[in-house]
Design a protein around this ligand. Structure first.
Ligand code: CA
Length: 236
């Protein structure tokens, strides 16, 4: 028997709360709900959940403040649930430390996939976890992080240093969205100009030409317009 994965949902809209409670009922998750930010923060402090689902538009404090407050002491995965379709809000939430986002309205399978990805990612980040160095594997694409080899259906793909760094960053975070500024900071360093995505787009176009059958309709690395890139989830 392993302990149930616990989830805290901070959301003031009753119909969303009910929908999520129903969606998670058949899964083996323990769900606790708070209807405002302050109750949510005290629940998180007392229960230390495995995942936090957070609405950005709360009645008492702004969801962004909740993210910033949690991130001063914890790296518990936060998935933002938002009706706000503005990419800007999502980017701000991600750059403030949220792990991912889901936009209302969403379906059960999308919700479960986001939760699964966040759990898998936080397990993978655990120091000493062998998953950390295990190759990425999905639909014939393999990235071996130890040997630094990329192959597609058994054939080695030659990438430049930057292309390899970029693809392996996405692969290690597969299933999660990474913002343009996060990627630029990781690949080109903290002093890189992240206001210009041109160098990133050029490298991504080159990677797609090498790994995608049809670069215009990618199946490995997806563009989330105005936000960043998300790589197809690892098969494991
Ligand atoms: Ca709300």
């Amino acid at each position: 028997m392993h302990p149930k994965i616990s989830i805290i949902l901070i959301e003031d809209e009753m119909n969303i709360c009910n929908f999520i409670a129903t969606a998670l009922k058949t899964s083996d998750y323990k769900l606790t709900i708070a209807h405002n930010g302050n109750d949510g923060l005290s629940l998180i402090t007392s229960q230390c959940p495995n995942i936090i689902l957070l609405d950005l538009g709360l009645p008492d404090i702004d969801g962004m403040e909740v993210i910033k407050s949690i991130r001063t002491w914890s790296s518990i995965p936060i998935i933002v649930i938002s009706a706000r379709t503005q990419e800007h809000e999502k980017v701000l939430a991600l750059d403030a430390g949220a792990d991912d986002y889901i936009t209302k309205p969403f379906g059960t399978s999308e919700l479960l996939a986001r939760i699964r990805t966040s759990i898998r990612h936080s397990n993978r980040m655990t120091i000493g976890n062998p998953l950390n160095t295990r190759p990425y594997h999905s639909h014939g694409l393999v990235l071996d992080f130890e040997k630094r080899i990329v192959s597609l259906n058994g054939t080695e793909i030659h990438l430049t240093q930057i292309e390899y760094k970029l693809l392996s960053l996405l692969a290690k975070n597969s299933g999660r969205v990474l913002t343009y500024s996060y990627i630029i900071g990781e690949i080109w360093g903290p002093y890189a100009d992240d206001s210009n995505n041109q160098i990133l787009r050029v490298n991504m176009a080159n990677i797609r030409r090498k790994i995608e059958e049809n670069p215009a309709e990618p199946k490995y690395v997806f563009t989330e317009i105005g936000i960043g890139y998300r790589m197809l989830e690892d098969e494991m």
